[in-house]
Design a protein around this ligand. Structure first.
Ligand SMILES: *Cc1c(COP(=O)(O)O)cnc(C)c1O
Length: 382
Protein backbone atom coordinates (compact mmCIF):
# COMPACT_ATOMS: atom_id res chain seq x y z
CA UNK A 1 0.00 0.00 0.00
CA UNK A 2 1.31 3.47 -0.88
CA UNK A 3 0.09 5.67 2.01
CA UNK A 4 -1.33 9.15 1.41
CA UNK A 5 1.03 10.67 3.98
CA UNK A 6 3.93 9.51 6.10
CA UNK A 7 6.30 11.07 8.62
CA UNK A 8 10.05 11.22 7.96
CA UNK A 9 12.04 10.48 11.13
CA UNK A 10 15.85 10.41 10.92
CA UNK A 11 18.70 9.63 13.34
CA UNK A 12 18.98 13.28 14.45
CA UNK A 13 15.29 13.18 15.47
CA UNK A 14 15.89 10.01 17.49
CA UNK A 15 18.99 11.49 19.13
CA UNK A 16 17.11 14.67 20.07
CA UNK A 17 14.36 12.70 21.82
CA UNK A 18 16.83 10.34 23.53
CA UNK A 19 18.79 13.30 24.88
CA UNK A 20 15.63 14.58 26.59
CA UNK A 21 14.72 11.16 27.98
CA UNK A 22 18.07 10.91 29.73
CA UNK A 23 17.98 14.54 30.97
CA UNK A 24 16.35 15.86 34.13
CA UNK A 25 13.28 17.36 32.39
CA UNK A 26 10.70 15.32 30.52
CA UNK A 27 8.13 18.06 30.45
CA UNK A 28 8.34 21.86 30.89
CA UNK A 29 12.10 21.90 30.51
CA UNK A 30 14.22 23.99 28.15
CA UNK A 31 13.06 22.38 24.88
CA UNK A 32 9.58 23.93 24.81
CA UNK A 33 10.71 27.60 24.95
CA UNK A 34 13.48 26.83 22.44
CA UNK A 35 10.94 25.31 20.03
CA UNK A 36 8.71 28.37 20.54
CA UNK A 37 11.65 30.70 19.82
CA UNK A 38 12.48 28.73 16.67
CA UNK A 39 8.89 29.08 15.43
CA UNK A 40 9.04 32.85 16.09
CA UNK A 41 12.30 33.02 14.11
CA UNK A 42 10.74 31.07 11.23
CA UNK A 43 7.47 32.98 11.00
CA UNK A 44 8.42 36.45 12.18
CA UNK A 45 5.72 36.32 14.86
CA UNK A 46 6.53 37.94 18.21
CA UNK A 47 5.10 35.12 20.32
CA UNK A 48 4.59 31.38 19.98
CA UNK A 49 2.75 29.12 22.44
CA UNK A 50 3.39 25.37 22.22
CA UNK A 51 0.60 22.96 23.13
CA UNK A 52 -0.15 19.24 22.92
CA UNK A 53 -2.19 19.50 19.68
CA UNK A 54 -3.57 21.94 17.14
CA UNK A 55 -6.99 21.14 18.59
CA UNK A 56 -5.78 22.55 21.93
CA UNK A 57 -4.30 25.55 20.08
CA UNK A 58 -7.70 26.23 18.48
CA UNK A 59 -9.35 26.03 21.90
CA UNK A 60 -6.93 28.37 23.71
CA UNK A 61 -6.96 30.77 20.75
CA UNK A 62 -10.75 31.04 21.09
CA UNK A 63 -10.42 31.48 24.86
CA UNK A 64 -7.78 34.22 24.46
CA UNK A 65 -10.06 36.08 22.03
CA UNK A 66 -12.86 35.93 24.58
CA UNK A 67 -15.16 33.50 22.76
CA UNK A 68 -17.97 32.55 25.11
CA UNK A 69 -21.62 31.51 25.29
CA UNK A 70 -23.79 33.47 22.89
CA UNK A 71 -20.91 34.39 20.55
CA UNK A 72 -20.72 33.26 16.94
CA UNK A 73 -17.67 31.67 15.37
CA UNK A 74 -17.49 30.97 11.63
CA UNK A 75 -15.18 28.56 9.86
CA UNK A 76 -14.89 26.61 6.62
CA UNK A 77 -16.90 23.41 6.15
CA UNK A 78 -14.01 21.83 4.20
CA UNK A 79 -11.79 21.09 7.18
CA UNK A 80 -11.11 18.65 9.97
CA UNK A 81 -13.85 18.81 12.62
CA UNK A 82 -11.51 20.41 15.19
CA UNK A 83 -11.71 23.81 13.40
CA UNK A 84 -15.42 23.95 14.30
CA UNK A 85 -15.45 22.02 17.59
CA UNK A 86 -13.30 24.67 19.33
CA UNK A 87 -16.21 27.14 19.22
CA UNK A 88 -18.52 24.58 20.82
CA UNK A 89 -15.95 23.91 23.59
CA UNK A 90 -16.41 27.58 24.52
CA UNK A 91 -20.20 27.31 24.49
CA UNK A 92 -20.37 29.53 21.40
CA UNK A 93 -22.42 29.03 18.23
CA UNK A 94 -20.73 27.79 15.09
CA UNK A 95 -21.58 28.58 11.48
CA UNK A 96 -19.91 27.90 8.14
CA UNK A 97 -18.81 30.11 5.24
CA UNK A 98 -18.87 28.58 1.78
CA UNK A 99 -15.64 27.88 -0.08
CA UNK A 100 -14.09 28.79 -3.39
CA UNK A 101 -14.82 25.90 -5.75
CA UNK A 102 -11.28 25.80 -7.14
CA UNK A 103 -9.29 25.82 -3.89
CA UNK A 104 -11.76 24.61 -1.27
CA UNK A 105 -10.66 27.57 0.87
CA UNK A 106 -13.02 30.08 2.53
CA UNK A 107 -14.43 32.28 -0.24
CA UNK A 108 -14.01 36.04 0.43
CA UNK A 109 -17.16 36.85 -1.60
CA UNK A 110 -19.23 34.35 0.39
CA UNK A 111 -17.73 35.81 3.58
CA UNK A 112 -18.57 39.39 2.49
CA UNK A 113 -22.19 38.44 1.80
CA UNK A 114 -22.59 36.55 5.05
CA UNK A 115 -21.02 39.40 7.07
CA UNK A 116 -23.32 41.98 5.47
CA UNK A 117 -26.34 39.84 6.32
CA UNK A 118 -25.13 39.20 9.88
CA UNK A 119 -24.39 42.91 10.44
CA UNK A 120 -27.99 43.79 9.59
CA UNK A 121 -29.33 41.02 11.84
CA UNK A 122 -27.07 41.62 14.85
CA UNK A 123 -25.38 38.23 14.52
CA UNK A 124 -21.83 39.17 13.53
CA UNK A 125 -19.27 36.56 14.59
CA UNK A 126 -16.64 37.33 17.19
CA UNK A 127 -14.09 35.16 15.37
CA UNK A 128 -13.67 33.65 11.92
CA UNK A 129 -11.35 30.69 11.34
CA UNK A 130 -10.14 30.38 7.75
CA UNK A 131 -8.34 27.09 7.04
CA UNK A 132 -5.39 26.82 4.65
CA UNK A 133 -6.54 23.60 2.99
CA UNK A 134 -3.70 21.42 1.64
CA UNK A 135 -1.21 24.09 2.77
CA UNK A 136 -2.53 26.61 0.22
CA UNK A 137 -3.08 29.98 1.88
CA UNK A 138 -6.54 31.48 1.89
CA UNK A 139 -6.90 34.93 0.33
CA UNK A 140 -5.89 36.46 3.66
CA UNK A 141 -5.68 40.05 2.46
CA UNK A 142 -9.35 40.00 1.41
CA UNK A 143 -10.41 38.09 4.52
CA UNK A 144 -8.37 40.36 6.80
CA UNK A 145 -9.86 43.52 5.26
CA UNK A 146 -13.40 42.22 5.75
CA UNK A 147 -12.62 41.22 9.33
CA UNK A 148 -11.29 44.74 10.07
CA UNK A 149 -14.30 46.40 8.51
CA UNK A 150 -16.74 44.40 10.67
CA UNK A 151 -14.61 44.25 13.84
CA UNK A 152 -14.18 40.48 13.67
CA UNK A 153 -11.10 38.60 14.96
CA UNK A 154 -9.27 36.07 12.78
CA UNK A 155 -7.64 32.75 13.72
CA UNK A 156 -5.78 31.07 10.84
CA UNK A 157 -6.00 27.29 11.05
CA UNK A 158 -2.64 26.65 9.38
CA UNK A 159 -2.51 23.03 10.53
CA UNK A 160 -1.51 22.11 6.95
CA UNK A 161 0.58 25.13 6.16
CA UNK A 162 3.80 25.51 8.16
CA UNK A 163 6.66 26.53 5.87
CA UNK A 164 4.35 28.20 3.36
CA UNK A 165 4.23 31.87 2.41
CA UNK A 166 1.51 34.35 1.61
CA UNK A 167 2.71 37.39 -0.35
CA UNK A 168 6.07 38.28 1.20
CA UNK A 169 5.51 36.81 4.66
CA UNK A 170 5.72 33.35 6.14
CA UNK A 171 2.43 31.79 7.23
CA UNK A 172 2.33 32.33 10.98
CA UNK A 173 3.39 35.99 10.72
CA UNK A 174 -0.23 36.98 11.49
CA UNK A 175 -0.15 39.82 8.97
CA UNK A 176 -3.93 39.56 8.46
CA UNK A 177 -4.92 37.63 11.57
CA UNK A 178 -4.82 37.76 15.35
CA UNK A 179 -3.59 34.21 15.91
CA UNK A 180 -2.25 31.52 13.58
CA UNK A 181 -1.79 27.88 14.54
CA UNK A 182 0.02 24.79 13.30
CA UNK A 183 -0.40 21.04 13.85
CA UNK A 184 2.50 18.64 14.35
CA UNK A 185 0.45 15.47 13.96
CA UNK A 186 2.54 12.83 12.08
CA UNK A 187 0.73 13.27 8.76
CA UNK A 188 1.38 17.04 8.73
CA UNK A 189 4.49 18.84 7.39
CA UNK A 190 6.66 18.37 10.50
CA UNK A 191 5.80 16.27 13.52
CA UNK A 192 6.23 16.20 17.28
CA UNK A 193 4.11 12.99 17.44
CA UNK A 194 1.20 15.02 18.83
CA UNK A 195 1.58 18.76 19.15
CA UNK A 196 0.54 22.21 18.06
CA UNK A 197 1.69 25.82 18.20
CA UNK A 198 -0.13 29.14 18.18
CA UNK A 199 1.61 32.33 17.00
CA UNK A 200 0.59 35.94 17.55
CA UNK A 201 2.00 39.48 17.46
CA UNK A 202 -0.06 40.44 20.54
CA UNK A 203 1.52 40.10 24.01
CA UNK A 204 -1.87 39.98 25.74
CA UNK A 205 -3.14 37.15 23.55
CA UNK A 206 0.11 35.22 24.07
CA UNK A 207 -0.19 35.60 27.84
CA UNK A 208 -3.84 34.52 27.82
CA UNK A 209 -2.98 31.44 25.74
CA UNK A 210 -0.05 30.54 28.02
CA UNK A 211 -2.32 30.65 31.04
CA UNK A 212 -5.11 28.68 29.34
CA UNK A 213 -2.70 25.87 28.39
CA UNK A 214 -1.70 25.32 32.00
CA UNK A 215 -4.71 25.45 34.37
CA UNK A 216 -5.13 29.25 34.21
CA UNK A 217 -2.02 29.49 36.36
CA UNK A 218 0.81 32.03 36.26
CA UNK A 219 4.16 32.30 38.08
CA UNK A 220 4.93 35.71 36.56
CA UNK A 221 5.65 38.11 39.47
CA UNK A 222 4.34 41.07 37.46
CA UNK A 223 0.92 39.47 37.12
CA UNK A 224 0.35 38.54 40.77
CA UNK A 225 -2.86 39.84 42.31
CA UNK A 226 -1.97 38.92 45.91
CA UNK A 227 1.21 39.56 47.89
CA UNK A 228 4.05 37.18 47.05
CA UNK A 229 4.03 34.16 49.39
CA UNK A 230 7.51 32.95 48.46
CA UNK A 231 9.26 31.11 45.70
CA UNK A 232 6.71 28.27 45.58
CA UNK A 233 3.85 30.67 44.93
CA UNK A 234 1.64 30.71 41.82
CA UNK A 235 -1.80 32.12 41.16
CA UNK A 236 -4.78 30.83 39.22
CA UNK A 237 -6.65 33.61 37.43
CA UNK A 238 -8.91 31.67 35.09
CA UNK A 239 -10.09 28.17 34.33
CA UNK A 240 -7.41 26.58 32.17
CA UNK A 241 -6.47 23.11 31.00
CA UNK A 242 -3.44 20.85 30.88
CA UNK A 243 -2.57 21.34 27.21
CA UNK A 244 1.20 21.48 27.74
CA UNK A 245 3.67 20.06 25.24
CA UNK A 246 6.33 17.75 26.69
CA UNK A 247 10.06 18.37 26.25
CA UNK A 248 10.31 15.13 24.25
CA UNK A 249 7.74 16.42 21.79
CA UNK A 250 9.42 19.82 21.60
CA UNK A 251 12.83 18.23 20.97
CA UNK A 252 11.37 16.15 18.13
CA UNK A 253 9.57 19.21 16.76
CA UNK A 254 12.76 21.33 16.84
CA UNK A 255 14.75 18.62 15.14
CA UNK A 256 12.09 18.24 12.44
CA UNK A 257 11.89 22.01 12.02
CA UNK A 258 15.55 22.05 10.92
CA UNK A 259 14.43 20.05 7.85
CA UNK A 260 11.29 22.10 7.11
CA UNK A 261 12.67 23.78 3.98
CA UNK A 262 13.77 20.43 2.62
CA UNK A 263 10.33 18.88 3.28
CA UNK A 264 8.49 21.80 1.68
CA UNK A 265 10.67 21.82 -1.41
CA UNK A 266 10.37 18.03 -1.84
CA UNK A 267 6.59 18.33 -1.53
CA UNK A 268 6.53 21.15 -4.08
CA UNK A 269 8.64 19.17 -6.54
CA UNK A 270 6.34 16.16 -6.21
CA UNK A 271 3.29 18.39 -6.67
CA UNK A 272 4.77 19.94 -9.83
CA UNK A 273 5.45 16.45 -11.11
CA UNK A 274 1.81 15.47 -10.44
CA UNK A 275 0.61 18.54 -12.33
CA UNK A 276 2.55 17.62 -15.44
CA UNK A 277 1.88 13.86 -15.25
CA UNK A 278 -1.86 14.37 -14.71
CA UNK A 279 -2.41 16.97 -17.42
CA UNK A 280 -4.92 15.82 -20.01
CA UNK A 281 -6.85 13.64 -17.56
CA UNK A 282 -10.49 14.50 -16.76
CA UNK A 283 -9.60 16.24 -13.52
CA UNK A 284 -8.26 19.52 -12.10
CA UNK A 285 -5.34 19.70 -9.67
CA UNK A 286 -6.01 21.96 -6.67
CA UNK A 287 -3.23 24.59 -6.63
CA UNK A 288 -2.16 27.54 -4.47
CA UNK A 289 -3.09 31.17 -5.11
CA UNK A 290 -0.72 33.27 -7.18
CA UNK A 291 1.68 35.13 -4.90
CA UNK A 292 1.78 32.36 -2.31
CA UNK A 293 4.01 29.36 -1.69
CA UNK A 294 2.29 26.25 -0.41
CA UNK A 295 3.78 23.72 1.96
CA UNK A 296 1.75 21.19 -0.08
CA UNK A 297 0.42 19.11 2.77
CA UNK A 298 -1.95 17.46 0.28
CA UNK A 299 -2.32 17.05 -3.46
CA UNK A 300 -6.06 17.18 -3.95
CA UNK A 301 -7.57 16.61 -7.39
CA UNK A 302 -11.14 17.42 -8.45
CA UNK A 303 -12.62 14.88 -10.82
CA UNK A 304 -14.62 16.42 -13.67
CA UNK A 305 -17.24 13.73 -13.15
CA UNK A 306 -18.22 13.67 -9.47
CA UNK A 307 -20.40 10.61 -10.04
CA UNK A 308 -17.31 8.49 -10.61
CA UNK A 309 -15.51 9.54 -7.43
CA UNK A 310 -16.65 6.60 -5.29
CA UNK A 311 -15.63 4.09 -7.95
CA UNK A 312 -12.29 5.79 -8.60
CA UNK A 313 -11.60 5.84 -4.85
CA UNK A 314 -12.46 2.15 -4.41
CA UNK A 315 -10.49 1.11 -7.50
CA UNK A 316 -7.40 3.04 -6.39
CA UNK A 317 -7.57 1.47 -2.93
CA UNK A 318 -7.93 -1.96 -4.55
CA UNK A 319 -4.74 -1.20 -6.52
CA UNK A 320 -2.88 -0.56 -3.25
CA UNK A 321 -2.97 3.23 -3.31
CA UNK A 322 -4.25 4.89 -0.19
CA UNK A 323 -6.12 7.78 -1.75
CA UNK A 324 -8.15 9.83 0.70
CA UNK A 325 -10.82 12.53 0.79
CA UNK A 326 -10.23 15.90 2.53
CA UNK A 327 -12.88 16.66 3.71
CA UNK A 328 -16.51 15.64 4.26
CA UNK A 329 -18.25 18.98 5.03
CA UNK A 330 -18.23 19.34 8.82
CA UNK A 331 -21.86 20.40 9.12
CA UNK A 332 -22.99 17.17 7.39
CA UNK A 333 -21.53 15.14 10.27
CA UNK A 334 -24.29 13.49 12.31
CA UNK A 335 -23.29 15.51 15.40
CA UNK A 336 -23.70 18.77 13.49
CA UNK A 337 -26.91 17.59 11.83
CA UNK A 338 -28.31 17.09 15.34
CA UNK A 339 -27.42 20.73 16.06
CA UNK A 340 -29.78 21.63 13.21
CA UNK A 341 -27.50 22.15 10.19
CA UNK A 342 -29.11 21.22 6.88
CA UNK A 343 -27.63 19.98 3.61
CA UNK A 344 -27.47 22.84 1.09
CA UNK A 345 -25.95 25.36 3.54
CA UNK A 346 -22.71 25.66 1.51
CA UNK A 347 -23.39 24.46 -2.05
CA UNK A 348 -19.83 24.98 -3.31
CA UNK A 349 -18.39 23.00 -0.41
CA UNK A 350 -20.81 20.14 -1.02
CA UNK A 351 -19.96 20.12 -4.73
CA UNK A 352 -16.20 20.29 -3.96
CA UNK A 353 -16.54 17.37 -1.55
CA UNK A 354 -18.28 15.25 -4.21
CA UNK A 355 -15.43 15.72 -6.68
CA UNK A 356 -12.27 15.42 -4.61
CA UNK A 357 -9.62 12.79 -4.13
CA UNK A 358 -6.34 13.20 -2.22
CA UNK A 359 -3.30 11.54 -3.84
CA UNK A 360 -0.28 10.26 -1.87
CA UNK A 361 2.18 13.10 -1.16
CA UNK A 362 5.01 13.01 1.36
CA UNK A 363 8.75 13.79 1.13
CA UNK A 364 9.89 10.18 0.75
CA UNK A 365 7.40 9.32 -2.02
CA UNK A 366 9.70 7.92 -4.74
CA UNK A 367 9.45 8.73 -8.43
CA UNK A 368 8.57 5.09 -8.99
CA UNK A 369 5.74 5.22 -6.45
CA UNK A 370 4.48 8.46 -7.94
CA UNK A 371 4.42 6.87 -11.40
CA UNK A 372 2.48 3.94 -9.97
CA UNK A 373 -0.09 6.38 -8.54
CA UNK A 374 -0.42 8.24 -11.83
CA UNK A 375 -0.59 5.12 -13.99
CA UNK A 376 -3.17 3.56 -11.69
CA UNK A 377 -5.28 6.70 -11.86
CA UNK A 378 -5.05 6.73 -15.67
CA UNK A 379 -6.12 3.10 -15.77
CA UNK A 380 -8.99 3.64 -13.34
CA UNK A 381 -10.26 6.75 -15.15
CA UNK A 382 -10.33 5.01 -18.52
C1 LIG B 1 -4.92 18.02 11.79
C2 LIG B 1 -5.82 19.20 11.83
C3 LIG B 1 -6.28 19.76 13.03
C4 LIG B 1 -6.04 19.12 14.36
O1 LIG B 1 -4.71 18.90 14.60
P1 LIG B 1 -4.25 18.03 15.87
O2 LIG B 1 -2.84 18.47 16.07
O3 LIG B 1 -4.36 16.60 15.45
O4 LIG B 1 -5.13 18.38 17.00
C5 LIG B 1 -7.03 20.92 12.98
N1 LIG B 1 -7.34 21.49 11.81
C6 LIG B 1 -6.95 20.97 10.63
C7 LIG B 1 -7.32 21.67 9.37
C8 LIG B 1 -6.20 19.79 10.61
O5 LIG B 1 -5.84 19.26 9.44
Amino acid sequence: MIPYGQQDINQADLDAVMAVLTSSHLTQGPQVPQFEAAICALTGANFAVAVNSATSALHIACIALGVTAGDWVWTSPITFVASANCALYCGANIDFVDVDRHTGNMCPDALAQKLAWAASHGTLPKVIIPVHLAGHSCDMQAIGQLAKRYGVKVIEDASHAIGGRYHSRMIGACQYSDICLFSFHPVKIITSAEGGMATTMDAGLAQAMMMARSHGITKDAELMQRPDEGDWYYEQHGLGFNYRMTDMQAALGRSQLSRLQEFVSQRNQLAQQYHSLLSGLPLQTVRPLLGSVSSYHLQIVRLDNAERRRQVFDDMRALGIQVHVHYFPVYLQPYYQKLGFKAGLCPQAEQFYQQILTLPLFPQLSAEQQNTVVNSLKQVLQ
